[in-house]
Design a protein around this ligand. Structure first.
Ligand SMILES: [Zn+2]
Length: 418
């Protein structure tokens, strides 16, 4: 990758950008509020058709790849490895209008504006609507980005199922895709991937400025913790003789939250699910199972947090005569994004009028997967109230426009170099 060391403000069509965000938010809109566009469902297909229309309106060469990612392409006059922007089209259940959608619609706006104003780029320039990121239907995530980065496991589509028991492979067939061809989605010719995204947290809103350049994407571990005690009669067994698994799990939950709080931002740890057995009103719980999601963008600090959580759970179990088992479900180390793309993004933010904040992303993103296949960068705009993955997810229109302008400036520098 080589770049010219300039950045200029690129004009975009603000009204088209905001109107398209509104239009996309109608696809998969739930009657009670919020949006649900799950992979390979009718709402997803309808959203992909809308995006395809926009790409064609912009005179981009449009195609759907082997897993359903939709690409729009402008061939560069000098060819070479591609400059790509975009984000995911799927949402969580009851999600908002911007997670994924912003990077996708802004990417189309930025590329279309560049094409309209400056003509053919020297480098090939593409937009991508990534088919799935959230893991909100199947027991898998980053399906679209992993397909591009050659990270899909053999037979994964046949093995992976949704809550209704439908395999990912059958869901692919239902939208006209052949799971046997998934490997054809692999791209080895991407030079740069840039993703604009909402922050999904409160840092930019609370501390400013209105743009953030992501340097690192946090590392996440998911664990299942099983606490085994002894089921007993809730009336007859004395408190002093009990081995209550839920009391133990509760002490562990409090300890986990305290450990992350004591470590300080950006350490976070969450107990998101808990179930007990036998789950009866008059029985002391014999077993409690809960999950932990713990994150830190710094690898040694993340390891320290995980160790502390394990130690605290063992200590809480010992104190109460309980047995604890800890199993890792998923372990994704922190990912460092490309310093060179970050430099391009910083210059683009300055061209748009402000000095951006360098920051770590606490959420996972397609960019962390694509970082294995390309020089990858991410740009954040503020989330109002830090809210995301909910119907209230929102960003001020002026920040949506600002972020899109900065994205367009970055793509101008990357794709129009002489
Ligand atoms: Zn997202």
């Amino acid at each position: 990758m080589s770049t010219v060391k300039t950045a200029e403000l690129v004009a975009i069509d603000e009204r088209r950008l905001l109107r398209r965000l509104d239009d996309l938010a109608q696809r998969g809109a739930l009657p009670g509020g919020g949006i649900f566009r799950a992979l390979y469902t009718p709402a997803w297909t309808s959203a992909m058709e809308l995006v395809t229309t926009w790409l064609k309106e912009g005179q981009l060469l449009t195609r759907r790849d082997a897993v359903g990612n939709v690409w729009g392409r402008i061939e560069g006059s000098r060819g070479g490895r591609a400059i790509v922007t975009g984000s995911h089209i799927d949402t969580v259940r009851g999600g908002g209008a911007l997670d994924g959608a912003l990077g996708l619609v802004a990417g189309i706006e930025a590329v279309t504006s560049l094409w309209e104003r400056f003509g053919r780029p020297t480098r090939t320039l593409e937009c991508v609507a990534i088919c799935e990121e959230e893991g909100s239907r199947f027991d898998t995530n980053f399906w679209g980005a992993r397909a591009i980065a050659d990270r899909i496991e053999p037979n994964e589509a046949e093995r992976t199922r949704d809550a209704a028991g439908t395999s990912l492979a059958d869901a692919m067939r239902s939208v006209g895709l052949d799971p046997a061809n998934a490997v054809q989605a692999v791209r080895r010719d991407i030079d740069v991937f840039v993703e604009l995204h909402i922050e999904q947290g409160p840092v930019l809103e609370d501390h400013g400025p209105r743009l953030g350049v992501v340097t690192t994407i946090t590392g996440t571990i998911h664990q299942e913790i099983v606490v085994r005690g002894q089921p007993d009669h809730a009336g007859a067994m004395a408190m002093s003789r009990r081995h209550d698994a839920l009391v133990g799990a509760s002490a562990m939950t409090l300890a986990i939250a305290e450990l992350a709080t004591r470590m300080g931002d950006p350490a976070v740890a969450t107990v998101g699910t808990i179930v007990v057995e036998p789950a009866q009103v008059n029985v002391v719980p014999g077993i409690a199972r809960f999950t932990v999601d713990a994150r830190h963008p710094d690898a040694p600090r993340r390891t320290e947090l995980i160790t502390q959580i394990g130690d605290a759970c063992k200590a809480a179990a010992r104190e109460r005569g309980l047995v604890v088992e800890i199993r890792t479900l998923r372990d994704r180390p922190p990912v460092t994004l490309s310093p060179r793309v970050a430099d391009v993004l910083r210059r683009a933010c300055r061209a748009a009028g402000l000095d951006p904040r360098d920051m770590a992303s606490g959420a996972g993103h397609d960019a962390q997967v694509l970082a294995a296949a390309a020089n990858t960068g991410m740009l954040f705009v503020p989330s109002i109230g830090g809210r995301s993955h909910c119907p209230e997810e929102a960003t001020a229109a002026e920040d949506v426009v600002l972020g899109t302008r900065a994205l367009a400036s970055a793509l101008r520098e990357l794709a129009y170099q002489q």
